[in-house]
Design a protein around this ligand. Structure first.
Ligand code: ATP
Ligand code: MG
Length: 414
């Protein structure tokens, strides 16, 4: 019955897992708002060209990972593989460029046709921040600082390392690229098939190849940060000074290039050793050419995205939800009164589980199973006296409490 299995690379988020996801998203949203990033959302699918050109035809994402299909109206659409391009499209569609600087927080599902493994799925979820319209390195610093703060409040910053690199401005990149192509041409024999192909299409991508032979060649490759023009050097120094001023530790990784075509200057990743091969939990950088490439004005931007599944795997057990109060009618006559009592308590802010069926023993068993803190027993006697029996499910103690003012008596169980 393969139809009853989730599609390959997708998974259900049952309540325990969902609690971890929710903790990641809620923490990130709260912290991002403190930094002035306002939450927004874009559609889950877009016209294919929204992603294809900005991300780059030669990238893994566009060349082999996109879920693209023709809809019933003959339009070519794609399930979004990442958030940035859609957010930039939204900025342009809604004419927001005049309001820059723009600061957005985002969370939601992304889709990539990848080989599923631990920490790598076909539907996964990201949190994301974007800061558009600021060309100074302070923006990069603020974006990285917000990321570090989120990791810290999730309790996992100490399990990650920040890796930093610069790709320089367009001029630096062009010159560096020529140096790199020269170097690789001298080592063609040692390069993998894939990298020989990348040498023609996207030589920078060879730098982060996972192939053993490529890694050996890369060890001697020219390093970006040693070939910067003055403007690019000044920018990189600005980012480093800002991070130093905030006490955010980082390590320069000259082979960090990131997968998307639109990056300039800053590239960074927070990586962990605790997740095996899928160690990058958050990655981002500056994308000064992106909005122009999409048909908008020249406008700088910087941002990052982080995988919620990977973050969720790292966090400790998230806090439990409030323990519910079980409302248990004893006998048919009190069913209606019990329903009303449940509603009354929920309106007052309590978490209430209404016992539905079976004798009192069965209902109490369910109350224990859902970890209820107390049970309110409501039988004919209690009804007559306008009271309920409150049973403490941890200690077994019970006492009768008048209905009037019940909310106050139960305040500590809210
Ligand atoms: P990787 O090198 O792991 O493929 P990437 O460079 O493709 O990552 P980005 O496009 O930068 O990843 O996405 C940002 C983050 O989203 C990653 O650091 C990771 O945490 C998460 N992510 C990316 N692809 C997946 C996936 N298929 N499944 C789960 N998480 C993912
Ligand atoms: Mg990838």
């Amino acid at each position: 019955m393969s139809q009853l299995q989730p599609a390959r690379g997708t998974q259900d988020l049952l309540p325990d897992e969902m609690r971890r996801h929710r903790m990641v998203v809620e923490t990130a949203r709260r912290v991002a708002e403190r930094y002035g990033f306002a939450e927004m959302a874009t559609p889950i699918f877009e016209f294919t060209e929204v992603f294809a050109r900005p991300i780059g035809e030669t990238t893994d994402i566009v060349s082999k990972e996109m879920y693209t299909f023709t809809d019933r109206g003959g339009e070519q659409v794609t399930l979004r593989p990442e958030a940035t391009a859609g957010i930039m499209r939204a900025i342009l569609s809604n004419g927001l460029t005049q309001q820059a600087p723009l600061k957005f927080f985002y969370s939601g599902p992304m889709f990539r046709y990848e080989r599923p493994q631990k920490g790598r799925y076909r539907q996964f979820h990201q949190i994301d921040v974007e800061l558009v319209g600021i060309a100074q390195p302070q923006a990069d610093v603020e974006v990285i600082a917000a990321g570090a703060r989120i990791l810290d409040e999730l309790g996992i910053l100490s399990r990650t390392e920040l890796e930093l690199n610069t790709l320089g401005d367009a001029e630096t990149r062009r010159k560096y690229r020529a140096l790199l192509v020269d170097y690789y041409n001298q080592h063609r024999a040692a390069l993998s098939e894939d990298s020989l192909r990348r040498l023609e299409t996207n030589p920078l991508r060879i730098l982060d190849s996972k192939d053993r032979g490529d890694i050996a060649v890369n060890a001697g490759a020219p390093e970006f940060h040693r070939h910067l023009n003055d403007a690019s050097r000044a920018f990189f120094d600005g980012v480093r000074r800002g991070l130093d001023a905030l006490g955010i530790a980082y390590k320069i990784n000259p082979r960090l290039v990131r997968g998307l075509d639109y990056y300039t200057h800053t590239a960074f990743e927070f990586v962990t050793r605790d997740l095996g091969a899928q160690g990058t939990v958050m990655g981002g950088g500056r994308y000064d050419g992106l909005i122009e490439l999409m048909g908008g004005p020249a406008m700088p931007g910087v941002g990052w995205a982080a995988g919620i599944e990977r973050l969720a795997m790292l966090i400790a057990e998230p806090p439990r939800l409030a323990r519910p109060i079980a409302v248990l009618p004893v006998g048919e006559a009190s069913e209606a009164a019990a329903l009303r009592l449940s509603e009354r308590l929920r309106r007052a802010g309590f978490t209430v589980d209404q016992g539905y069926s079976g004798n009192l023993a069965r209902r109490l068993k369910r109350a224990n199973k859902i970890d209820a803190r107390i049970a309110l027993l409501l039988g004919e006697d209690e009804l007559k006296r306008e009271a309920v029996t409150v049973r403490d499910l941890d200690t077994g103690e019970q006492s009768e409490v008048p209905m009037a003012g019940l909310e106050d008596r139960l305040a500590r169980f809210r």
